[in-house]
Design a protein around this ligand. Structure first.
Ligand code: G6P
Length: 612
């Protein structure tokens, strides 16, 4: 949520800043801006995309080798030129970019106004930059670092900030509490970013700044301190990503590329975790805590959005096979509702980014209350990955499309591995079925490849329904969360109202919506719910609803009963969610494209939600 980049080095700052913003644009895209310390301070910003900023700065002076830049997802104040970052302090000493929310900004603003400060924008960020200026005064008694430290001590809320000061031109100061910041270490130059994506191709060495730390960066030096001005602990980590991973290649959109990557990403997720003879599963990240997990009284899965849907599938898998009670909670609800937790509980956060604020804070609360906390994250080195007792990375690679696809199937893969391993360790699963299910999982990439090969048929079906105003998605068992995820995908990128429902619940309300204009997507492969869901299909059919059914290949009965089918290969129900979601991802993609929507940057959404 909001992307920040910064540069201090021997070269011009602009090329890295603008390239970095393009790579971070998935974090927010309502306005963008930059500030570069040259002979004077150059500040340019405008409403719109990074490409609008690029056009806006043509022929402007962009000289200078220290700079900051920002792509915004609005929290305070509408997206316009004035509210765009960077924000400058009233007397012009400071320019600042910010990710997060200053919760006490209103009272700070009143105090500053009493002290003669004026504000141009509606943002909390402008309050922070002026608070720094307030402490700094004319600079005669205080360094910019000291003023930033003092201002941050007054702030309630979350921030990742990068600040430049006109009086200390060669220096860039960054600080974080709650919003991630990464510092890339180059040859005589440093790169700052909200995540590691912008530094790929510039350096492999990065430092993930810890919460409540502050870094003072200049061309040849980097100092990291705590907010209390003590030396901070930090580690240099390696980022081994390639440029190819962050480019679209031959695909029209990142989302389509990521959908098509799934056979490979699922393979990457179980690579090294499943023995060659497919007889056993190793989850290295959980080795130390596994005995504790097998004894858990309860497992609580928390997450937001798509990750919450993965958690719901996880609940079915863990309860069915490992026979441990599972609860699934929205992180945003869990953290505020004073949950009863004890040392027998294992709380697992599921998060693609590993930075979602609600999930992170919920996890910290669970830790304080004595639970064992684990993470299932995609982004290596992310806050959740670092703060948990142990965890499993999903290894789906960088996901750029705002609508999550390959991260979801990687989460399902990890949850399946986890549930099966746990079930076997607890003696709930015999070796025969354990091996059979591992093999079923290993067959998934090839089966997904078959579904993807039929993408044009799915496109044609989407074209038929592109003018629908609403859609209903139905499923049962572990395929109910798949229906929820299918509906979410459609909402996110096509702006169609879509609702996911447990098929058995349809008659308690949603059936009132069914008429000959309503597409009803039913996830109905051959499993032990089949007869029941066929009855639900009949109920929709009797009311003239248009049914699109996800069916097992060769299911002629349903093919004849419904308007359209998405066929998926036959599979064991434990792994069917991994197949059933693929046609629904493609369907929403083609619906969005045919409706002229911006698939990779849907309106109002952000990839990583680091505010509450
Ligand atoms: C945002 C994204 C969703 C994502 C959710 C949770 O809303 O747009 O795609 O599912 O955050 O993100 P996380 O990184 O925690 O999985």
């Amino acid at each position: 949520m909001c992307g920040i980049v910064g540069y201090a080095g021997e070269n011009g700052a602009y090329p890295f800043l603008i390239q970095g913003l393009k790579r971070l644009e998935y974090r927010g895209y309502d306005s963008a801006g930059l500030a570069i310390s040259g002979q004077t301070l150059h500040v340019h910003k405008c409403k719109g995309r990074v490409s609008d900023l690029e056009n806006h700065v043509i022929a402007k002076d962009l000289g200078g080798s220290v700079g900051i830049a920002h792509t915004r997802w609005a929290t305070h104040g509408e997206p316009n030129d004035i509210n765009a970052h960077p924000h400058c302090s009233m007397n012009g000493h400071f320019a600042l970019v910010h990710n997060g929310i200053i919760e006490n900004y209103a009272e700070l603003k009143i105090d500053l106004t009493r002290n003669g400060f004026d504000f141009q924008s509606d943002t909390d960020t402008e309050v922070l930059v002026n608070l720094i200026e307030f402490f700094y005064g004319d600079g005669s008694e205080m360094s910019s670092e000291m003023a930033i430290r003092m201002a941050l001590s007054k702030v309630v809320g979350a921030y990742g900030i990068a600040v430049i000061c006109t009086e200390e031109k060669d220096q860039l100061i960054v600080a974080r509490r709650g919003s991630p910041l990464v510092i890339g270490i180059g040859q005589g130059e440093y790169f700052v970013a909200s995540d590691a994506t912008p530094v790929i191709g510039y350096t492999n060495n990065v430092i993930y700044l810890n919460d409540n730390d502050l870094a003072i960066i200049s061309k040849g030096s980097l100092t990291i301190k705590t907010m209390e001005d003590k030396p901070a602990f930090f580690q240099i980590s390696r980022v081994d990503r390639t440029i190819g991973e962050i480019e679209k290649g031959d695909f029209a959109h990142f989302m389509l590329k990521e959908i098509f990557e799934q056979p490979k990403t699922i393979e990457d997720t179980f690579r090294g975790r499943v023995s060659a003879d497919r007889n056993s599963i190793t989850l290295g990240g959980l080795l130390d805590v596994f005995p504790k997990i097998t004894e858990a009284k309860r497992i609580i899965l928390i997450g937001c959005g798509t990750s919450w849907h993965a958690a719901l599938v996880g609940e079915y898998l863990i309860e069915t096979y490992a026979r441990i009670p599972v609860e699934v909670e929205y992180a945003s609800e869990f953290r505020y509702r004073n949950p009863i937790l004890s040392s027998g509980d294992v709380v697992i956060a599921i998060s693609q980014s590993g930075e979602t604020s609600d999930t992170l804070v919920a996890l910290r609360m669970a830790k304080e209350r004595g639970a064992t906390i684990l993470g299932i994250c995609n982004v290596v080195g992310s806050s959740i990955a670092r703060e948990t007792d142990a965890g499993v990375y999903t290894h789906a690679g960088i996901e750029i499309g705002v609508a999550s696809t390959k991260a979801f199937t990687a989460q399902l893969t990890v949850l399946t591995l986890f549930a099966l391993k746990l079930a076997f360790a607890r003696g709930e699963l015999a070796q025969g079925l354990y091996t059979e299910l591992i093999r079923e999982l290993a067959d998934i990439p090839a089966k997904i490849t078959t579904i993807l090969a039929g993408h044009l048929k799915i496109r044609d079906i989407a074209l038929k329904y592109k003018d629908a105003a609403n859609a209903l998605y139905l499923g049962r068992g572990a395929l109910f969360p798949v229906a929820l995820e299918g509906a979410l995908k459609l909402k996110e990128i096509s702006y169609l109202h879509a609702e996911g429902y447990a098929a058995g619940e349809m008659k308690h309300g949603p059936i009132a919506l069914v008429d000959d204009n309503l597409p009803v997507v039913v996830v109905s492969p051959r499993d032990h719910y089949y007869e029941k869901i066929v009855s639900n299909i009949q109920e929709v059919k009797a009311r003239k609803g248009n049914i699109i059914a996800v069916v097992t290949e060769g299911d002629l009965t349903l093919k004849e009963m419904v308007q359209d089918v998405f066929e998926i290969p036959d599979s064991h129900p434990a792994v069917t969610p991994l197949l059933a979601i693929i046609p629904l991802q493609l369907f929403s993609y083609y619906m969005a494209v045919s409706r002229g929507c911006d698939v990779d940057q849907p309106r109002n959404l952000a990839k990583s939600v680091t505010v509450e």
